[in-house]
Design a protein around this ligand. Structure first.
Ligand code: FE2
Ligand code: FE2
Length: 177
């Protein structure tokens, strides 16, 4: 379960992501994907809050949306963003996208561990799904997203240039909707 400190950390992260997104050029990769992080994190916080008050209908709907949104985000990065960066850097077996792909495997394992949440019927099973993770899901997401927002996304915007970045954002939106 999240503690007050974690809640204030995640609120601070949402504020800094929102700031990064508002500071980034409209239509940029940084703005688009940082805003998606904020949406994903809100769904996760809503899931934890629903679990804390044992509102299982809300646990089911929020967690289902969270898992789907997080998987779509990983897919957009793996299949669209990272190849676009790799085409510029020529680095696929090392470098920043390689490191982020490794972290995506960890996040995918975490999401698989949470797959019980959309149908769980009792609190203890839900808590085991959340707390039985090797790394706390909130901390795992925060650490990964922080690196992308501070380093990878601004690098992608610089490498691609504004026009190609806008095209990429349009393609990301088309697979998300
Ligand atoms: Fe990522
Ligand atoms: Fe991301």
């Amino acid at each position: 379960m999240s503690t007050p400190t974690e809640e204030s950390n995640s609120a601070a992260q949402a504020a800094s992501a929102a700031q990064a997104a508002s500071g980034a050029q409209t239509g940029s990769i940084t703005a688009e994907l940082s805003a998606d992080h904020v949406r994903i994190n809100k769904l996760w916080e809503d899931t934890l809050a629903a679990l804390a008050r044992e509102d299982f209908a809300a646990v089911h709907s929020r967690s289902k949306e969270f898992i789907a949104a997080a998987r779509r985000h990983l897919e957009a990065e793996n299949d669209l963003l990272f190849p676009a960066i790799e085409a510029k850097t020529g680095l696929t077996d090392s470098g920043p996208t390689w490191a982020m792909r490794q972290e995506h495997h960890e996040i995918e394992r975490m999401l698989k561990g949470l797959d019980a949440l959309p149908t769980v019927q009792e609190r203890w099973t839900a808590i085991q799904a959340v707390e039985g993770q090797p790394i706390d899901p909130s901390a795992l997401l925060r650490s990964h997203q922080g690196k992308e927002e501070a380093v990878l996304y601004p690098m992608a915007d610089r490498l691609l240039g504004a026009d190609a970045a806008r095209d990429l954002v349009a393609r990301i939106r088309s697979i998300r909707n």
